[in-house]
Design a protein around this ligand. Structure first.
Ligand code: SAM
Length: 269
C-alpha cells in the first residue's frame, strides 16, 4: 500500500501529505515494461534538432528534460515547467552538476509566463490527464511555439484500462472510478481532435498499449481505492476479493492488464 499517493491527485502534489510519494511513483513507473518505448516514441516524434529551444510542460522530476537536453546540444536549451515546488526542487537537484543546458521553472500550464513564439518544440507527457481543461494548456503551448515548431503530447486514456479478471463488474467499477476522478480521464483519444481545434497541422497519433503487473496495479489503484468516496461504490470486501483474484492470476502467470497511451504530434504553420 502506498501511504499518501493517489494517482488522480497529480494536480495537487504539493498539497498532498507526502509529495515524495509522487516522485517515487514516477521513478517506479519508469522501470515498467513498455514505458521506455513510449518515451522513445515521444522524443522521436518531437524531432529535436541541435540548437532547439524546447519546453516540457508538467516536467515532473525533469528526467525527460535532461534526456532532451542531450539532443539540443550546447547551443540549445530545454525548459522544464511544473506547478509543484517539490517536482521543481527534485528536477534541479537531479540536473545539478550535469552541465546540461536546462532550466526549471515553477508555473502553471494554463498561463505560461513565456513570450509568444519563444520555443521550437513543446511537449507534455502524462499532464493533460490531470487537467480539467487540457485545451487551455494546449492553446498556451501553441502560443509560445514558433511557426514551423512541433508539439508532442502523450496521455493514457483511463477508459482503455483493461484487467483480465472474472470479476467483470468490479473491474468496470475500478476502471470507471479512476477515469471519472481524473481531470480528463479520456483525454488520450481526444488528443487528435484537440490538436485540430488548436489549429495544428500534420497531426499524427500513435496509440501504444502499456501492460502492467500486480505491483504497478497496486501503485496505480491503491491510493485511489482507499479514498472515502469509494466506500459507497463497492460492497464490503469486494475490492479485497478483486485483489486476491489478481494476485492468484499473477502467481499463475496469467495476469494480463494494461492501458493505451496516445502520443500525438502536430505542427504550427
Ligand atoms: C504524471 S506527472 C508527469 C511528469 C513527467 N511529464 C513524466 O512523464 O514523468 C504530471 C506532472 O504535471 C504537473 N502538473 C499538474 N498540473 C499542472 C499544471 N496545471 N501546470 C503545470 N504542471 C502541472 C504535476 O505536478 C506533475 O509533476
Amino acid at each position: 500500500m502506498i501511504a499518501s499517493f493517489n494517482l488522480t491527485h497529480f494536480d495537487q502534489v504539493d498539497e498532498s501529505p507526502d509529495a515524495r510519494t509522487f516522485i517515487e511513483f514516477l521513478d517506479a513507473r519508469s522501470g515498467f515494461a513498455g514505458e521506455r518505448g513510449v518515451k522513445e516514441l515521444e522524443i522521436s516524434m518531437l524531432a529535436v534538432a541541435p540548437g532547439n529551444v524546447v519546453l516540457d510542460v508538467g516536467c515532473g522530476t525533469g528526467d525527460d528534460v535532461r534526456e532532451v537536453a542531450g539532443l539540443v546540444g550546447p547551443d540549445g536549451k530545454v525548459v522544464g515547467l511544473d506547478a509543484s515546488c517539490a517536482m521543481i526542487d527534485e528536477s534541479r537537484k537531479r540536473a545539478s552538476g550535469s552541465g546540461l543546458p536546462v532550466e526549471f521553472v515553477l508555473g502553471d500550464a494554463y498561463a505560461l509566463k513565456f513570450p509568444d513564439q519563444s520555443f521550437d518544440r513543446a511537449r507534455a507527457d502524462r499532464l493533460f490527464i490531470h487537467l480539467q481543461a487540457p485545451e487551455k494548456a494546449l492553446a498556451e503551448m501553441v502560443r509560445v511555439l514558433r511557426p514551423g515548431g512541433r508539439i508532442v503530447v502523450s496521455d493514457p486514456d483511463c477508459d482503455t484500462i483493461f484487467v483480465d479478471s472474472p470479476k467483470y463488474e468490479t473491474t468496470r467499477k475500478v476502471i470507471h472510478s479512476v477515469c471519472d476522478q481524473s481531470g480528463s480521464g479520456m483525454v488520450g483519444r481526444e488528443l487528435p481532435r484537440l490538436f485540430r481545434h488548436a489549429g495544428l497541422s500534420n497531426i499524427a497519433c500513435a496509440p501504444r498499449v502499456l501492460t502492467m503487473d500486480l505491483t504497478l496495479m497496486h501503485r496505480l489503484f491503491d491510493g485511489h481505492l482507499a479514498e472515502p468516496a469509494m466506500a459507497a461504490m463497492f460492497a464490503a470486501g469486494e475490492i479485497d476479493c478483486w485483489w486476491q483474484e489478481a494476485a492468484r492470476a499473477e502467481a499463475e502467470g496469467r495476469l494480463y492488464a494494461g492501458v493505451t497511451v496516445f502520443t500525438t504530434v502536430g505542427e504550427k504553420m
